[in-house]
Design a protein around this ligand. Structure first.
Ligand SMILES: CC(C)(COP(=O)(O)OP(=O)(O)OC[C@H]1O[C@@H](n2cnc3c(N)ncnc32)[C@H](O)[C@@H]1OP(=O)(O)O)[C@@H](O)C(=O)NCCC(=O)NCCS
Length: 313
């Protein structure tokens, strides 16, 4: 079945959001799939972050599915990919892959991938057709928020004077470039700031940026009710990374507590063994387990000593 694949417009967002909820709710077998994820927003927040990278499938003038590409400098990932359940297994999901593959090519990304259901042969098979291969599991973990005592001070991106924000973004870029060449989180930091989705926590040591965490807070974001969701966090390379990672997580937990959030959620690829172990030690437990698939089966920045949080959902 051939669908028209085109850029999403703002007026398509309600339909795209409804299908997203219905598709995932149906796949996961929830009793009321139309109202799955009522407190989460992916379609609108991702579209606003980059309206040139949100796509839909249209049949007879109706939006029937969507997909979103995201660019973190030299790194690209996509999702959520969703299609109305009445149309599954007719080839439209594959058609929605074409524009995100074009984005990755045009952006010149060197590391590309996605997060998907580890137990689904269909999902793994679908993405393998586009050159993505399953690697380590990614654990979506959470813990109840308990305000840490004696935690080190951190700054918030929103408190930085506008004139110094570019410098801060540059420092974040320098830090992530050492973790993976060209990795750049400017898009996420600015999306959170401009759309008021949450906050970016900045950890400083000896006058220099030592780590940062991009957090979504509450409903209408990727976090949901009562949750602080760490969409990306990283500390600088070099010795003492584990300690800095703990301090950055303290900062996230303080932010969550200040904002009256009760759950702290964060995803970590198990290829980042040291980070995963620290999160377990801190009382995080796994809520959902998926797998990341990487183009050409490359490890990217998933190394045992990389103190990075992200899950590419
Ligand atoms: C995922 C989703 C978008 C796929 O859309 P779709 O239109 O059903 O997928 P398509 O028909 O285009 O492609 C599916 C491909 O997987 C292949 N496939 C299906 N079952 C398979 C299996 N067991 N093993 C290997 N490949 C399999 C099919 O053969 C097909 O490829 P082909 O057409 O070349 O033969 C849709 O099922 C959906 O919305 N699911 C719910 C939300 C979701 O899971 N999103 C993705 C999260 S990562």
């Amino acid at each position: 079945m051939r669908a028209k694949i085109r850029l999403l417009t703002e007026s398509d967002l309600p339909a795209a959001g409804q299908i997203l909820s219905l598709a995932f709710g149906t796949y996961l077998g929830t009793p009321d799939p139309e109202n799955y994820w009522p407190d989460l927003d992916y379609a609108s927040t991702r579209w606003q972050a980059d309206p040139t990278a949100g796509f839909c499938a249209e049949l007879d003038g109706e939006v029937v599915g969507s997909n979103f590409a995201a660019r973190w400098g030299s790194v690209g990932f996509f999702g959520p990919l969703s299609l109305h359940p009445d149309l599954w297994d007719k080839g439209i999901g594959k058609q929605l892959m074409a524009p995100v593959m074009d984005c990755f090519k045009n952006w010149g990304v060197t590391h590309a991938g996605l997060y998907t259901f580890a137990a689904s042969p269909k999902h793994i098979g679908l993405y393998q057709k586009f050159g993505f291969w399953p690697r380590f599991l990614t654990a979506i973990m959470s813990k109840s928020v308990q305000r840490p005592t004696g935690a080190s001070a951190f700054k918030k991106f929103s408190e930085i004077p506008e004139k110094q924000q570019m410098e801060c973004l540059n420092n974040c870029r320098i830090l992530t470039d050492k973790l993976y060449p060209g990795l750049d989180l400017e898009r996420e930091i600015l999306a959170v700031h401009r759309q008021s989705l949450g906050e970016t926590v900045l950890l400083r040591k000896e006058g220099k940026l030592a780590g940062f965490a991009v957090c979504h807070l509450g409903p209408g974001t990727e976090a949901g009710n009562n949750k602080c969701y760490v969409k990306f966090a990283a500390v600088r390379t070099g010795s003492g990374g584990g300690e800095l990672f703990e301090q950055l997580l303290d900062g996230c937990e303080i932010l969550a507590s200040d904002q009256q959030m009760t759950l702290l959620e964060a995803g970590v690829n198990m290829g980042r063994h040291d980070a995963y172990k620290i999160m377990l030690q801190r009382g995080f437990s796994t809520v959902i387990q998926g797998v990341t698939m990487h183009r050409a089966n490359e490890p990217g920045y998933n190394k045992p000593d990389a103190y990075i949080i992200d899950d590419w959902r």
